[in-house]
Design a protein around this ligand. Structure first.
Ligand code: ADP
Ligand code: ASP
Ligand code: MG
Length: 450
């Protein structure tokens, strides 16, 4: 038996129903996971968010179907897994918590980000409660124990997108996760959620279970992080856009990190940061076809192709700030970025000219009217919405003659609103209209990959 310490994460589709859970449990056992991190069952986080918005409207009748859907989804998994009464009681307690939180939001017509995190946490708390049972089932029979991840995954109190406290997490993992470190037990826990020092429940942002698993892998000093999902590894682009996209056997941390940061849903953008810090090898594979080769994300790859993969990040807005004051002046970019910093808004790409600077942010940022007001005090602000960043990911991109011309000729008549090249040798990025993003990917994929 190998002594490697392994963290395995299973996403929502791997938790979709009892048979998906049993299949995932088998994969966790066969692939020798010491710690298993699970997402909410498929669709549950979306349903909890929809529930919160009905509750916020104060419309209790509109909340009931969501509560019913959540209840029946989890009850039917419990029935199929033939869970005992104690697990059923735990599950009922969690479902009651969903109802109580929704009722509170509905009565107050107020949904703070703190309340929303508590509500969303129930997805992972329910799925992990049931998954313990799947791991314990007749056919799998593993020595498994439930772990409330909030005892170890310490974060700050930025509800909705809490920042993990790395040193604390490491300390708490070493103190509390001894049974899995010694290989005596497999621990099953929740992705996505954490807790402040005061015991308040937080979340890491949508898709954050990958990040949780990486943080826990770092915390326990794991050798391998396995991400089990619904595709058999990282492909050259999203197979939903290009079905003939091919699976990548091996990819470097830098390339995979760029791919995740620039929109490839397969990995949460910050997943690789802890793995890179501790040089933990990351594997991505399908819980449905666990025997397929999958993708290894490693420090040094055997091949370093010019273009390895591509991704689209939709829902982008372009802000163009112009002012003659920028001419021959210093400190202007400082002033602008100070405003973004004060509003905790992250900027994806940027380009500047003599009197203007253009930058992209997520569309959702525009609801922050105060941000736009503060920027308008410095410069004229022009906003263009519904754009997408299309990125080509590979190696030596900024030192390859002729590449830009190949990219533009492949794009043909698709208008490029902005380009970003030069900052990274792993990325060439163009900003196009959101409705043409898939077409841009198809054309680039055909030209550069197959
Ligand atoms: P999970 O619920 O397991 O976390 P996600 O839906 O978050 O799964 O991520 C898996 C999905 O990511 C795939 O179904 C696929 O459509 C999408 N995806 C986007 N880009 C890629 C890519 N380059 N390779 C593979 N899958 C990708
Ligand atoms: N359940 C959360 C979400 O849907 C976290 C995750 O699945 O990674 O965003
Ligand atoms: Mg995911």
């Amino acid at each position: 038996m190998s002594n490697e310490l392994i963290v395995a994460k299973f996403g929502g589709s791997s938790m979709a129903d009892a048979s998906a859970m049993l299949r995932s449990a088998k994969v966790a056992k066969q692939h020798k996971a010491n710690l298993v991190v699970v997402s909410a069952t498929y669709g549950t986080t979306n349903d909890l968010l929809a529930l919160s918005s009905k509750a916020l409207d104060g419309d209790w009748d509109a909340c009931l179907p969501y509560i019913e859907t959540l209840r029946s989804r989890h009850q039917s998994i419990a029935d199929d897994l033939e869970v005992e009464s104690d697990v059923r009681n735990d599950m009922e307690g969690l479902l009651l918590e969903v109802e109580t939180l929704a009722k509170g939001i509905c009565l107050l017509k107020d949904c703070s980000s703190k309340a929303l995190d508590s509500l969303q946490s129930l997805g992972e708390r329910l799925s992990s409660t049931l998954f313990v049972k799947a791991m314990n089932s007749e056919s799998i029979k593993s020595n498994v124990e439930f772990l409330d991840v909030r005892t170890v995954l310490r974060t700050d109190d930025q509800f909705g997108k809490a920042i993990p406290q790395i040193e604390e997490i490491e300390k708490l993992c070493l103190e509390n996760l001894k049974p899995c470190l010694s290989g005596e037990k497999i621990l099953v826990t929740q992705g996505f959620i954490g807790s402040t020092e005061d015991g308040l429940t937080t979340t890491l942002g949508r898709g954050g279970s990958d990040y949780s698993a990486a943080l826990l892998a770092e915390g326990i000093g794991a050798d391998i992080l396995q991400i089990w999902t619904d595709v058999a590894g990282i492909a050259t682009t999203d197979p939903r856009i290009v079905p003939e996209a091919s699976l990548i056997g091996e990819i470097s941390f830098q390339e995979a990190a760029e791919l995740a940061a620039f929109g490839a849903k397969i990995l949460h953008p910050t997943t690789l940061t802890p793995a890179l810090r501790k040089n933990i090898k990351v594997f991505v594979g399908s819980s449905y076809e666990a025997d397929k080769k999958g993708t290894w994300i490693v420090k040094d790859c055997e091949t370093m192709p010019l273009i390895r993969a591509m991704a689209a990040k939709k829902g982008q807005s372009l802000l163009t700030l112009s002012t003659p004051k920028m001419l021959h002046a210093h400190g202007f970019l400082y002033e602008i970025f100070k405003i973004f910093n004060d509003h905790k808004v992250s900027v994806d790409s940027i380009t500047t000219s003599e009197i203007s600077v253009s930058l992209t942010v997520d569309d959702g940022t525009l609801v922050n009217k105060k941000l736009i007001q503060d920027l308008s005090a410095l410069a004229t602000v022009k906003i263009e919405e519904n754009l997408a960043l299309v990125s080509l990911i590979g190696n030596n991109i900024n030192h390859t003659p002729g590449l830009a011309s190949d990219i533009f000729s492949a794009l043909g008549d698709i208008n490029v609103r902005m380009i970003c090249l030069g900052a990274s040798k792993h990325n060439f990025c163009v900003l196009v209209s959101e409705e043409l993003a898939n077409e841009a990917i198809k054309r680039l994929h055909k030209n550069f990959i197959n």
